[in-house]
Design a protein around this ligand. Structure first.
Ligand code: UDP
Length: 243
């Protein structure tokens, strides 16, 4: 597939539909080269603007999909076509759903102890025949890295979903991509929390109103400060276009 990208705040975002994103990721799984896929919302792009390491990782990633209404808005504002939002949670679900038919093996890495196990049970209930070949929680120290890498290597997954939060998941994956030998790794944020039922996604109508960011900020008051990321992002994109 030929990828068209739009640069938003110095990060190339793929302009594609959910269906194309799924096809592209499955193509990477067949090629088995070991690539990183990221899902960029306004918050991640704002962070990348201040974090050169994250920005560099996103620039080297095989694919960065537009997760978030803000990312799609920015592309349009900058004068480019971006067909739809490709939310990381939805992309992960599509890949999980299609994995039994393709005999793909999946590893769940991240979230608090017990959550990935619950997400695995949920996936097994939703997608019969799915092969979740390993789970590991996302709370660890440097000293655990080697054991985690070994656990993932020995499970031989085709797809590694890492839910450590931004930018920890992107940095961890980038640092270990070569030794992991996994065809595709994706940072999926709060996906396991939602699958395990400890976090809620916004109802569909809220997503369609492009207000999922507001819903999340209100649901997790601890992070109300994060709500400012979107207006700040809008201003930054506007300033970038002027230049
Ligand atoms: N998380 C983790 N290890 C950490 C920090 C966070 O596994 O050291 C998990 C956390 O439990 C949650 C997920 O990362 O399941 C996403 O966290 P958050 O919602 O903070 O990330 P975001 O994607 O919104 O940045």
């Amino acid at each position: 597939m030929i990828l068209r990208t739009v640069e938003v705040l110095g990060v190339p975002i793929a302009s594609l539909t959910m269906r194309e994103a799924v096809e592209q990721v499955e193509e990477y799984m067949e090629q088995r080269t070991g690539v990183l896929v990221a899902t960029a919302n306004a918050e991640m792009l704002m962070r990348a603007a201040q974090d050169a390491e994250l920005k560099d990782i996103l620039n080297r990633a095989a694919l960065v999909v537009p997760d978030g209404a803000g990312t799609v808005w920015a592309a349009h504002y900058l004068g480019y076509e971006m067909p739809e939002r490709v939310a990381g949670y939805d992309l992960a679900q599509k890949l999980l759903q299609r994995s039994p038919a393709q005999n793909h093996r999946i590893f769940f890495f991240g979230a608090a102890p017990g959550i990935a196990e619950k997400a695995k049970a949920k996936a097994e209930q939703l997608y019969p025949g799915i092969q979740i070949v390993g789970v590991r929680n996302g709370f660890f120290t440097e000293a655990d890295n080697q054991a985690i890498v070994k656990q993932i290597q020995e499970a031989h997954p085709d797809l590694l979903l890492a839910a450590l939060g931004v930018p920890k998941q992107e940095k961890w994956l980038a640092a270990h991509l070569a030794e992991l030998g996994v065809p595709v790794s994706i940072g999926v944020g709060g996906t396991f929390d939602v699958m395990a039922g400890v976090m809620k996604r916004a109802p569909r109508w809220v997503q369609q109103a492009k207000l999922e960011w507001l819903f999340r900020g209100m649901l997790q008051p601890k992070r109300a400060g994060r709500l400012l990321a979107l207006p700040r992002f809008v201003l930054k994109v506007m300033a970038a276009r002027k230049k």
